[in-house]
Design a protein around this ligand. Structure first.
Ligand SMILES: Cc1ncc(C[n+]2csc(CCOP(=O)(O)OP(=O)(O)O)c2C)c(N)n1
Ligand code: SF4
Length: 306
């Protein structure tokens, strides 16, 4: 079968396929990760091979006998999602297949911690794979433990908040810059709160021959303590208050896709989430200081699209 969307230069909600490739999954109501997978597969189409390590998207998508993936998909070892994808891409090529894309969908734990080595090897070999990390900022599937992408101050089951320690004491790893440091052909950050931007980036990556990477911010009402209907809104707010940034790395250069003149309130973003309820004004000030330091560096060294 042919891929309906492979030759559309700019995919919009109007020309995106109406067919669903991730349907009937068992994710919690309002799951941002499932929105990310659904949108990406709409762009990539049914001639897509997906690999998923242990994590929510594997858990909710492969419940026997109901397979939620309409395209070919497989669960991999936790650290091996990128290497299995690399093998699939090489195998399909050896079989003479041309109109396919291979994609990984892995959480922040499966990417920034456990799968980092295989991801590094995949980029190093320039395997023909798009790696999408959906970042819900913790190991959600096993009950909300801290990952390398859990932000400062977050309450998780392994970083509880008490009188003396107020949740996670570390900041998010610079995953996007770690990936870019490999001099990858294309890397981007995105948020399900800005779906058109995410769709454009998946479409761009789809046409890259070789390794590409997208880090998409994907809210999780269950782990974050937020109402299910605010999933998209909160993922947008994270960008608008500057804690998440939208950027690309191409041809050796970083570009900021969005460079707001003023940020929305970090305090408002944080305090509406159960996982940050315990934060003091001093904790929030620390979060703001870290944000400002990062933006100063990005604005100084990266090009600006706006
Ligand atoms: C080698 C190995 N260690 C631990 C686990 C248990 N485990 C299954 S899912 C999961 C959490 C995954 O977190 P993340 O990658 O962030 O994805 P999310 O669940 O948030 O979607 C863990 C620790 C496992 N399946 N295999
Ligand atoms: S725990 Fe979070 S990431 Fe996992 S299925 Fe539920 S909403 Fe989605």
């Amino acid at each position: 079968m042919t891929n309906q969307t492979i030759d559309i230069p700019r995919v919009t909600p109007k020309n995106m396929t109406e067919q669903e490739f991730f349907y009937g999954h068992k994710a919690c109501a309002g799951c941002g990760g499932s929105v990310a997978v659904r949108l990406a597969l709409k762009v990539l189409g049914e001639r897509t091979y997906s690999t998923l390590p242990a994590g929510c998207m594997a858990a909710v998508g492969f419940i026997f006998p109901q397979m939620a993936f309409k395209n070919n998909s497989i669960i991999t070892t936790f650290p091996g999602v990128a290497s299995m994808a690399a093998g699939i891409a090489a195998g399909a090529k050896a079989l003479g297949q041309k109109d396919f894309k291979t994609v990984c969908f892995a959480g922040d734990g499966g990417t920034a911690d456990i799968g980092l080595q295989a991801l590094s090897g995949m980029i190093d070999r320039d395997d023909d794979v798009l790696y999408i990390c959906y970042d819900n900022e913790a190991y959600m599937n096993t009950g909300i433990q801290k990952s390398g992408l859990t932000p400062y101050g977050t309450q998780t089951t392994t970083t509880p908040a008490g009188k003396n320690i107020h949740g996670s004491s570390t900041n998010k790893k610079n995953l996007f810059e770690i990936v870019a440091a490999h001099d990858i052909k294309y890397a981007a950050t995105a948020s399900i709160g800005y779906p058109q931007d995410f769709i454009n980036k998946v479409n761009k990556a789809k046409h890259i021959k070789g390794a590409s990477f997208i880090h998409v911010f994907a809210s999780c009402p269950t782990g974050w303590g937020t109402p299910t209907h605010t999933t998209i809104e909160i993922a947008k707010e994270a960008v608008d208050c500057g804690l998440i940034f939208l950027a690309e790395y191409e041809n050796g250069k970083f570009t900021l896709n969005k460079n707001p003149k003023e940020f929305k309130s970090v305090k408002e973003y944080l305090t509406k989430q159960g996982r940050f309820k315990h934060l003091t004004d001093a904790d929030i000030e620390k979060v703001i200081q870290h944000r400002d330091m990062k933006w100063e560096r990005m604005r100084k060294n990266w090009a600006n699209k706006e």
